[in-house]
Design a protein around this ligand. Structure first.
Ligand code: BGC
Length: 247
């Protein structure tokens, strides 16, 4: 079975047809720079262009980098603040043929990892973290998503967790992997103290370099890199739309 997923990010908007039996993209994904300012109308236009370029008219799953409930955005940490309170499903459905289901970007990536990747067949409490511009989180209990956890914003030593330990912080402050790993370690310490997960899956672009920093972590929880990497958001969005997993 095929689905269609679109991943809205702070720098790029990516979409592709998805093979939901295998959990992988069908053909090449399309990526268009996120318009600046990243206001809803401009972003809707890009999503519509991507969907049309595939001639797709079925259901579309869409990720958003903020809290999403029943199609409405409730936060916008790293995109334009005008998203807050916007009915994204309704806005997109005016522009594209099929129905739309929108969900948090890390939740989508987590759904894909749990079904097809590093979390397959894993019960207990599994935490997926995506390290990018921010830190996204997706929490699973016996394979079921607890939607919209926002663990990127837990306070670590008086600061927003993602401000210190995201991949963007590493680049911004020109940290080497050992130095950045220390920050991630401290962040995970605080998370573990409150959550005690059974497995942590780390995703985002930096998961490709997992060998450079994951072995340096001193967490009590096993930490494994994500397997779908850049495609997890698109695959998870398509899956959520078809199986109606969006909150
Ligand atoms: C947002 C989350 C999002 C994460 C990754 C955070 O700043 O609050 O909703 O999942 O960034 O994009």
């Amino acid at each position: 079975m095929q689905g269609f997923g679109v991943d809205i990010g702070g720098s790029g908007i990516k979409g592709c047809l998805v093979d939901l039996d295998e959990g992988r993209l069908v053909g090449e994904r399309v990526r268009i720079e996120t318009p600046q300012p990243s206001v809803p109308d401009a972003v809707y236009g890009v999503v519509a262009t991507i969907v049309e370029s595939f001639g797709w008219s079925g259901q579309v799953g869409v990720t958003f980098p903020g809290v999403m409930k029943a199609g409405v955005a409730h936060t916008a940490a790293n995109v334009d603040k005008t998203w807050i309170g916007t009915d994204v499903d309704a806005g997109l459905e005016q522009r594209i043929a099929g129905s739309v289901q929108t969900l948090n970007d890390a939740d989508a990536a987590g759904l894909a990892e749990m079904r097809y990747g590093a979390g397959r067949d894993r019960n207990g409490v599994v935490l997926m973290l995506t390290f990018g511009t921010g830190i996204g989180s997706a929490l699973f209990v016996d394979g079921r998503l607890v939607p919209n956890t926002e663990f990127g914003h837990i306070q670590v030593d008086g600061e927003d967790g993602e401000r210190r330990a995201s991949a963007a912080a590493r680049e911004r402050e020109e940290l080497g992997y050992p130095e950045w790993a220390q920050r991630v370690d401290r962040y995970l310490d605080v998370l573990e103290a409150g959550l005690w997960p059974d497995l942590i899956i780390v995703g985002g672009g930096v998961s490709k370099k997992a060998h450079k920093w994951v072995p340096l972590l001193s967490t009590r929880t096993p930490v494994v890199p994500a397997q779908l990497q850049n495609d997890a958001g698109i695959v998870g969005a398509a899956l959520a739309a078809v199986e109606r997993l969006a909150p």
